[in-house]
Write a protein that binds this ligand. Structure first.
Ligand code: PSV
Ligand code: MN
Ligand code: MN
Length: 388
C-alpha cells in the first residue's frame, strides 16, 4: 500500500464546491425546521460557506441557484465572495417552482412555456458572465405521472431542441452540465432519468456539454462507480453532486450512509483521471441539513470526501494491476480493501496543521464563536430557505 506521505501532496489538489442552499432552512414535505442564525440572503450564505473553507481549506467555491440566489448586482456578489476568500462557482437553474412548469419546462408541448424555460437559462448565462462561473448546471423536474399522459419520445425531441438553444448561447469555456435523476417529482417517467439519456443528449450538443452525476439519483443497488468509470472513459463526466442516501434522494451528508461506496466512487475518479488540478470534473455537494447544524454539516461533509479521497489514493495500483493480471481474485480484493480500512484521520490532522489549518476543523469552528455571532446578528429578518 502507498504511504500517507506519498499521497499528501495530491490531497492539496482537492477542491469541493458547496451548494448555497445547504446553508438555508430546509426540510421534507412534512416540515421545514427553522434554525437560528440561518442566512437571510445570498451574501450571508457566502459568508457561511467561507467559514467551511476557512476551517478546512477544502471548499474554495460556492454554487448558486437561480432564482433562489437572485440579487440585483452579481458583480457585488462576486466581490463579496472574493473578500471572504472564496469564489462563485456553478450556476444551477431552476425551472421547477412555477405553475407554468406543472407539465414540464424545456420539454413542454406548449412553445410559450418552453421558451420561458429557455429564457430562464439565458438569464442564468448572463449571470455566469457577471459571476465568472464556468458551469451551467441543469436539473429538470420534467416528467409524467401516468402512462399515456404525454408522448415520451416527442419530449426527448423537444428536450434536444431546447438544450441546443441553451448550449449555443454559451460563450468561451462555459459548459452545460446536465443532471439526471431516476424519479421525483415525476413518478412514472422522468425526461432525463439516467446517465445514458444524459449522455445521449450532451453528446448531440458538443464538447462543452457534460453530465452531472448526483450520487442520490439512482435506484438502490446501482453500481455508481461503474457509471463514473464509463463517463470518464467517454470524456463526459462533468461534475458530481455528492450526498448520501438510505432510500431515495435523501440529500444526507456525503459518506454518512455508505462510506465504502464513496471510497469506490473516488477510486474510479482517481483511476480515470477525474481528480486533481488538471481534471475537468467538478466536485460539488448537493445536500440539505434539515435537523443538524448547517455549517458544521458542511464541514463534516467535505472532511468525509477528503478522508475517502485519501484512502482511495492509498490503493497500491501497481500491485492491484499485477494481482488483476494474474487473476488473483482474493489478493486484488485484499489490496483494495487494505486501503479502504486504513484510518487516515490522524494523518489528515497533521496534514492540516502542516498547512496552517486547524487539526480538528469542527472543534475549531465551534470554538470560534461564529455560530453564536450569527444567531445574535441575524435575529431580525426573513431567513433563506430551500426555495428562497
Ligand atoms: C433535486 O433532486 C435536486 O436535489 C437536484 O439534485 C438538483 O441538483 C438540486 O435539487 C438543486 O436544483
Ligand atoms: Mn443534485
Ligand atoms: Mn437531488
Amino acid at each position: 500500500m502507498s504511504t500517507f506521505s506519498a499521497i499528501a501532496a495530491r490531497l492539496g489538489e482537492q477542491a469541493i464546491e458547496l451548494p448555497s442552499w445547504a446553508f438555508g432552512n430546509s426540510g421534507t414535505r412534512f416540515k421545514v425546521f427553522m434554525q437560528k442564525g440561518v442566512p437571510r440572503d445570498p451574501f450571508e450564505k457566502i459568508a457561511d460557506a467561507a467559514q467551511v473553507h476557512k476551517f478546512t481549506g477544502l471548499a474554495p467555491t460556492i454554487a448558486l441557484h437561480i432564482p433562489w440566489d437572485k440579487v440585483d448586482d452579481y458583480g457585488a456578489l462576486r466581490r463579496h465572495a472574493e473578500e471572504h476568500g472564496i469564489a462563485l462557482g456553478t450556476i444551477n437553474s431552476n425551472t421547477f417552482q412555477d405553475d407554468d412548469y406543472k407539465l414540464g419546462s424545456v420539454t413542454h408541448s406548449d412553445e410559450r412555456i418552453r421558451q420561458k424555460a429557455i429564457d430562464h437559462h439565458f438569464a442564468c448565462i448572463d449571470i455566469m458572465h457577471a459571476t465568472g462561473s464556468r458551469d451551467l448546471k441543469i436539473w429538470l423536474a420534467d416528467g409524467t405521472n401516468y402512462p399515456g399522459q404525454d408522448d415520451m419520445r416527442a419530449r426527448q425531441d423537444r428536450l434536444a431542441d431546447s438544450l441546443r438553444k441553451i448550449y449555443d448561447r454559451l460563450a468561451g469555456q462555459q459548459r452545460l452540465v446536465l443532471e439526471y435523476k431516476f424519479f421525483e417529482p415525476a413518478f412514472y417517467h422522468t425526461d432525463v432519468p439516467d446517465w445514458g439519456t444524459a449522455y445521449a443528449q450532451v453528446m448531440a450538443l458538443g464538447d462543452r456539454a457534460v453530465v452531472c452525476l448526483d450520487t442520490g439519483h439512482h435506484a438502490p443497488g446501482t453500481n455508481i462507480e461503474f457509471i463514473v468509470a464509463t463517463l470518464l472513459r467517454l470524456g463526459k463526466l462533468g461534475s458530481f453532486d455528492f450526498n448520501s442516501r438510505f432510500y431515495a434522494d435523501d440529500d444526507l451528508i456525503v459518506g454518512a450512509a455508505d462510506p465504502f461506496q464513496l471510497f469506490r466512487i473516488l477510486f474510479e475518479v482517481i483511476r480515470g483521471g477525474g481528480y486533481g488540478r488538471q481534471s475537468q470534473v467538478a466536485f460539488m455537494l448537493d445536500q440539505c441539513h434539515n435537523i443538524e447544524d448547517k455549517i458544521p454539516g458542511q464541514i463534516r461533509s467535505v472532511l468525509n470526501v477528503q478522508e475517502m479521497t485519501a484512502r482511495a489514493l492509498l490503493v497500491d495500483r501497481v500491485a492491484l494491476e499485477a494481482a488483476q493480471r494474474e487473476g488473483n481474485v482474493l489478493r486484488a480484493n485484499e489490496i483494495f480493501m487494505d486501503a479502504f480500512y486504513t484510518d487516515v484521520r490522524r494523518d489528515l490532522s497533521e496534514w492540516r496543521e502542516s498547512r496552517g489549518l486547524p487539526a480538528k476543523p469542527l472543534a475549531a469552528y465551534a470554538a470560534s464563536g461564529y455560530a453564536e455571532r450569527i444567531v445574535r446578528d441575524r435575529a431580525i429578518g426573513k431567513q433563506a430557505g430551500w426555495g428562497a
